[in-house]
Design a binder for this molecule. Structure first.
Ligand SMILES: N[C@@H](CCC(=O)N[C@@H](CS)C(=O)NCC(=O)O)C(=O)O
Length: 218
């Protein structure tokens, strides 16, 4: 029997992505909370499986995989149904484009360690950190809106859930946390509403996890 363990944190958007991949594929997994609030990502034990000190990390039958994109692509190869990429090579490239805008541009600029650095070394206040996130998020969101206006149907790429949705929905939640105005992006709002109706998105949602504090539960 296959055994899957996900080291993750309820509120982390990269963890949310990985949980989505697991739930969409109907896979059972052991949920191991790593509290970013308590700094558990920096513990020597955790750094053994994730040297960069980030969540999530997947362990499958004893094999360790750090990095959400690597985890999700691995799951898609090992458990191919339902597929997270379209059949067409061009569309697959455009799905990856959307994932990369979020993975390589938006997420790192708003990550905890980035914001902690700005506070510690440049004296940023909470307000300044929010303004920083809002500035970079707007550029990412505009790019995503322009791209997905062309490709979306019910979801980011037509009517099939793809990897793009698994990156987009967690990032939009992060945006709202930093008071980014997402009302300017009607295509993204439509996709968000449609995805959140699905069971897998409800099960993976940050406010419904075993380590979600009561104040966040809805
Ligand atoms: N590129 C990595 C990023 C992992 C990452 O840094 N995740 C955030 C949470 S969303 C984290 O663990 N931050 C901890 C910190 O910055 O100390 C991935 O996609 O897995």
């Amino acid at each position: 029997m296959s055994s899957l363990t996900l080291y993750n944190y309820f509120r982390s958007s990269t963890s949310y992505r990985a949980r989505l991949a697991l739930h969409i594929k109907g896979l059972e997994f052991d949920y191991k909370p790593i509290s970013l609030l308590k700094g558990e990502q920096h513990s020597p034990e955790y750094r053994k499986i994730n040297p960069l000190g980030g969540v999530p990390t997947l362990v499958h039958n004893g094999k360790v995989i750090p990095e959400s994109f690597a985890i999700m692509e691995y799951l898609d190869e090992v458990f191919p149904k339902p597929a997270l990429f379209p059949q067409d090579a061009y569309l697959r490239a455009r799905v990856r484009q959307v994932c990369e805008v979020i993975n390589s541009f938006m997420h790192p600029l708003g990550n905890l360690k980035t914001l902690q650095y700005l506070e510690k070394h440049h004296g940023y206040t909470q307000e300044q950190k929010e303004a920083w996130v809002q500035h970079w998020a707007a550029q990412g969101l505009e790019t995503l809106e322009t791209t997905l206006k062309e490709f979306s149907g019910t979801y980011s790429f037509g009517d099939q859930i793809t990897m793009a949705d698994l990156f987009l929905i967690p990032q939009l939640l992060t945006c709202t946390r930093f008071n980014v105005d997402i009302s300017k992006y009607p295509t993204l709002i439509k996709i968000n509403e449609n995805c959140l109706k699905l069971e897998a998105f409800q099960k993976a949602h940050p406010f419904k996890q075993i380590d979600t504090p009561d104040e966040f539960r809805k």
